[in-house]
Design a binder for this molecule. Structure first.
Ligand SMILES: Cc1ncc(COP(=O)(O)O)c(C=O)c1O
Length: 395
């Protein structure tokens, strides 16, 4: 099919939930993607903070080829080695004792909410069914995760959602304290808010939140689906604060571009969930976990994380040098940076395409930089040059 035929067929055959730019992507190499007309784009979106190792990465391709010749899928009715090995690797490099594998981020969040309720039920505290989330949050699109997502646009058409979610103000401990009650099963928070506009939590706030949760008997869930797995320059976004959660959800980059999600948790929570009480056909399959192990081993290497840190600092420094009246604020950590503008970020995104750069936004006025974690200084320089040019062209 040529690009026009693809666009026409997309309109005809797909539910129209996405507004896509006109070009058709056909291949990727490193941190660049190419369209059907041969145009080259610097990828600062990475499939929405997913493709940590970029495109056509030889090690990742080999891991997929090797895994493809293996079991592929057997369901969770049987033991397989890759699932166990990946779980062990995740446990050894995190606060967690146990892992449950899902297929997407929203599904990991859904499971985390269920685990929290089950934990309290098991302890004879069944009235703890409610959750506290935060203004600006994004946790996914299923009925539970969506209930904890602070967006009228996403929630509105689909009510009734899971009841019992209260929203506190982000980075505001008094507001959180007022929201957490004897009926709160868990508090869920992104250590760096992604979709909401790239807002890092303050270290003091996370520490305070941990303390209030402990005092009130609520579990603390960190949603690291976007900010985890090296994105901020540490393996886990919460490491900057020194605070650990009871439950953590991860997904996006874990298998380098293939769908996977995971719930990491303590023995205390894991031991409340028994055989048959939660499950998934595909979660933790042999193929995906073998591939994810390769990605995890790469990303969790201290030298790799040091590189992300260095590139994040360099990117932050270079963005801050751009002299544009449209830039209101630059926020973020590592290679997760938001540039707050005084103009529509969608228009900037579109103009970016003309300059060969794939940008994404977070809410209306924030351009979000979440490139592959293998970004080099030369890529940062190219991004800055193009972004500055785009801003200069905006009226
Ligand atoms: C913090 C956070 N949680 C949950 C999700 C949902 O993940 P998925 O789109 O894989 O369902 C996202 C996706 O953007 C996210 O950023």
């Amino acid at each position: 099919m040529n690009p026009q035929q693809i666009r026409d067929a997309e309109k005809k055959y797909l539910v129209q939930t996405y507004a896509r730019p006109p070009f058709v992507l056909t291949r990727g190499e490193g941190v660049y993607v190419y369209d059907a007309d041969g145009n080259k784009y610097l990828d600062v979106a990475a499939g929405i903070a997913v493709n940590a190792l970029g495109y056509n990465e030889p090690g990742l391709v080999k891991a997929m080829q090797d895994a493809a010749a293996g079991l592929l899928h057997t369901s969770n009715l049987f033991y397989t080695e890759p699932q166990v090995v990946l779980a062990q690797a995740l446990v050894e490099k995190s606060f967690a004792d146990k892992v449950f594998f899902a297929n997407t981020g929203t599904e990991a969040v859904e499971g985390a909410l269920k685990f929290a309720r089950k934990y309290h039920q098991e302890r004879g505290d069944a009235q703890r069914k409610n959750f506290v989330a935060f203004r600006g949050s994004f946790h996914g699109r299923t009925m539970g995760a969506l209930a904890a997502t602070d967006s009228e646009k996403y929630q509105g058409p689909f009510r009734p959602l899971m009841p019992g979610v209260t929203f506190a103000n982000f980075n505001d401990l008094d507001s959180a304290r007022a929201a957490i009650t004897a009926e709160t099963a868990a508090v869920i928070i992104e250590p760096v808010q992604g979709e909401g506009g790239v807002y890092p939590t303050s270290d003091a706030f996370l520490r305070g939140l941990r303390q209030v949760c402990d005092e009130r008997g609520a579990l603390l869930i960190f949603d690291e689906i976007q900010c985890g797995m090296g994105r901020t320059g540490k393996l886990w976004g919460h490491e900057w604060s020194g605070v650990t959660p009871d439950v953590m959800t991860i997904a996006k980059p874990l298998a380098g571009g293939l769908p996977i999600g995971a719930i990491l948790t303590t023995d205390a929570v894991a031991s409340a969930v028994h055989v048959g009480e939660h499950g998934t056909t595909f979660g933790g399959g042999a193929f995906i976990t073998a591939v994810a192990l390769h990605v995890f081993n790469r990303v969790s290497d201290p030298a790799f994380l040091a590189h992300v840190n260095e590139m994040g600092n360099y990117l932050m420094e270079r963005v801050s040098e751009i002299n544009s009246p449209h830039i209101q604020e630059v926020r973020g950590r590592g290679l997760m940076i938001g540039v707050e503008l005084d103009i529509d970020a969608g228009k900037v995104r579109e103009q970016g395409y003309k300059h060969g750069v794939l940008l994404i936004q977070a809410r209306d006025k924030v351009v979000r930089f979440v490139p592959p974690l293998i970004f080099q200084k030369a890529h940062v320089d190219e991004l800055i040059e193009k972004f500055a040019q785009v801003l200069a062209e905006m009226v």
